[in-house]
Design a protein around this ligand. Structure first.
Ligand SMILES: NC(=O)c1ccc[n+]([C@@H]2O[C@H](COP(=O)([O-])OP(=O)(O)OC[C@H]3O[C@@H](n4cnc5c(N)ncnc54)[C@H](OP(=O)(O)O)[C@@H]3O)[C@@H](O)[C@H]2O)c1
Length: 247
């Protein structure tokens, strides 16, 4: 029964790292997972794939474009009416770089990672406050957003085409800091995690040789949702290559 399980919502979960987080949470068995997808078609395909695996958890599709305030508001209303609360929010949706001019790419990236994470916090924090356990927000950022690393030339060898992505993830990191100030004292555990180069649909397969398997990049997010990494709340983290990133 969904109402006896912990409730986790993952944005951008029709593929890549988000899909794998949902898969891992369903394998845990104690979660009802809301699989966020901006495309209903892709979301239904992901849902069918996961349901065919006969995992012990339960899952439902929530249509959600994190850049569209009406879509975020409608999703929050649906979750409120159906479940009355939320226990964990994973702000996973992201794009590396849209088509178009530099200006368009900058705005597109910013809208997904920064505007999206802020809108999700605004609309879902009232539901997280009704959590029956510890409310959790996990923001999936990137080490590419570390200003300290970039100034120190620890830049993963990434070139100028990654500037929109760097800037939007640095902005997402400030959204995280604002979440901490707004909700920490209300008992929320709030995380900022960059998976490091990980196999997904974000970049071409040959973009960064030696990427982590998707399940490895996703596992810390799953553990944050499960409450296994609470000591790491409030930090800018990766696991594997870096540890704690400089801001
Ligand atoms: N893979 C890496 O090496 C790596 C490294 C560091 C950080 N990250 C971060 O990890 C997160 C997951 O990315 P990924 O690597 O798994 O890439 P991915 O396979 O491309 O998945 C990204 C997901 O975000 C969704 N999305 C994009 N724009 C959206 C919007 N406006 N509203 C809702 N969903 C939206 C995509 O939906 P569509 O299928 O419709 O496009 C897709 O489901 C991102 O935040 C990314 O920046 C990844």
């Amino acid at each position: 029964m969904a109402d006896q399980k912990r409730l986790a919502l993952v944005t951008g979960a029709n593929g890549g790292i988000g899909f794998e987080v949902v898969n891992q949470l369903l394998a845990d068995g104690s979660f009802h997972v809301l699989l966020g997808s901006r495309s209903i078609e892709k979301g239904e395909a992901a849902l069918a794939d996961l349901q065919s695996r006969k995992l012990p958890g339960t899952v439902e599709l929530v249509q959600l474009d994190v850049t569209d305030e009406k879509s975020v508001a409608a999703a929050a209303k649906l979750v409120e009416e159906k479940h009355g609360r939320l226990d964990a929010l994973v702000n996973n949706a992201g794009i590396a770089r849209g088509p178009g001019t530099r200006a368009e790419q900058m705005v597109d990236c910013f809208r997904v990672s920064a505007v999206g994470a802020q809108l999700m916090s605004d609309y879902f924090s009232p539901l997280l406050k009704k959590s029956t356990g510890t409310p959790r927000i996990i923001n999936v950022t990137s080490g590419a957003g570390s200003i300290g690393n970039h100034i120190a030339r620890k830049n993963f060898g990434l070139k100028d085409q990654v500037i929109p992505y760097r800037v939007c993830k640095a902005a997402m990191n400030m959204v995280f800091a604002c979440q901490v100030r707004s909700y920490e004292e209300e008992g929320f555990k709030i995380f900022l995690y960059g998976p490091g180069p990980t196999v997904s649909n974000l970049s071409p397969p040959d973009f960064f040789p030696g990427k982590k398997p998707t399940a490895v990049g996703a596992a810390p997010i799953t553990e944050m949702v499960q409450g296994k990494k609470d000591d790491d709340a409030g930090k800018y983290l990766e696991y594997g290559y870096e540890g704690v990133f400089p801001w």
